[in-house]
Design a protein around this ligand. Structure first.
Ligand code: PEP
Ligand code: MN
Length: 340
């Protein structure tokens, strides 16, 4: 159920609806919008009685939701959510560039890359301290030492830090050092981790699972939001198909599909989405052209020596080239952004 308030509803009217929802033993999720507030209701197993709400002051209508998701939906919030990450945003007019190495390997490596990322005007530095690797023998990340390096990067370059949590213990550490928590593809349906992320104060970057349908992905976001954390950004990173020419098949059609259903921002990761250095630039261009709110790209000062994902990492020169090209595309598509 979704309660749409009148445009002139007061704070007290909204509070009254929230109170009735609570009295019924459910949870209310008020979402203020540009013209009106809507209140999502979760926690109900069956249908909620519409009549209970329709007569309350300030209520325009009570709508039964037939879709499996409620809080991610455009029905709840018709305008795009702009997610605040540290001192920058994702989902606004500016194209969000999230860049950095697959894994933090050393202070020198992170700083060399961060320098280039800062120079490019990007606002977000992403590097893994906890890496979910297919092989238990592969480099697993520096752990908390990696997080400490990331917070030094924030200090030195003013970049906002995005880094992955792979379980509840690492999530608590990321909360201490980072600005945004990445939930990786392999954990997209780790429901206890999603719920814990939903209780975090930090925004969440939710990558699409390796073989997740759009509904499964959106419902994973719903898990986070149902716990009260509405700051979720979706990240398309490719899915597994029969294709052998790429690591994953980057599903760019999912961007307009997300747009049609959800107010959440969505970014494209052409690095994991292709697995190949030479494909990152063309797919980054395409990701922006298709309407993504941002890009997540892997960059390394010495890709040939990277401890993980070197084959898909851009070198610093290639990264600069990419930034110039995608900015030009973004500006051509959104002239207002260029002026601002
Ligand atoms: C990563 O972002 O480095 C990563 C491991 O990505 P994914 O979860 O998309 O595989
Ligand atoms: Mn990687």
């Amino acid at each position: 159920m979704l309660i749409v308030m009148k445009t002139d509803a007061t704070e007290a009217d909204i509070e009254r609806v929230v109170q009735v929802v609570n009295e019924l033993g459910f949870r209310a999720h008020p979402m203020p919008g540009a013209t009106r507030t809507a209140i999502g209701i979760t926690g109900n197993q069956g249908a909620v009685d519409v009549a209970r709400f329709e007569s309350l002051p300030g209520v325009a209508e009570a709508i039964r939701v037939s879709k499996p998701y409620k809080l991610i939906s455009l029905d709840l919030r018709p305008e795009k959510t702009v997610v605040q990450v540290g001192d920058a945003t994702i989902g606004g007019d500016e194209l969000a560039i999230v860049a950095g190495p697959c894994a933090v390997e050393s202070r020198a490596q992170a700083f060399a890359i961060a320098e280039a990322v800062r120079k490019s005007g990007a606002r977000f530095f992403r590097g893994g301290a906890f890496k979910p690797r297919t092989s238990p023998y592969a480099f697993q990340g520096l752990g908390e030492d990696g997080l400490k390096i990331l917070s030094e990067v924030r200090e030195a370059y003013g970049l906002n830090i995005i880094t992955e949590a792979i379980d509840e213990a690492s999530l608590e550490l990321v909360e201490r050092y980072g600005d945004m928590i990445q939930i990786g593809a392999r954990n997209m349906q780790n429901f206890s981790l999603l719920k814990r992320a939903g209780r975090s104060q930090l925004p969440i970057m939710l990558k699409r699972g390796l073989s997740a349908t759009l509904d499964e992905w959106l419902l994973a976001a719903e898990y986070v939001m149902a716990e009260g954390n509405y700051n979720v950004v979706l990240c398309e990173r490719g899915v597994r198909t029969f294709a052998q020419h790429t690591r994953n098949t980057l599903d760019l059609a999912v961007i307009p599909a997300v747009r049609r259903l959800s107010h959440l921002p969505v970014v494209v990761d052409p690095s994991h989405g292709t697995g190949k250095n030479y494909m990152v630039l063309p797919l980054a261009r395409a990701g922006v052209a298709v309407g993504a709110d941002g890009l997540m790209v892997e960059v390394h000062d010495q890709p040939e020596r990277a401890l993980s994902d070197g084959a898909q990492s851009l070198n610093l020169e290639q990264y600069d080239q990419l930034i110039q090209e995608v900015r030009a595309i973004h500006e051509a598509l959104t002239p207002a952004a260029a002026v601002g």
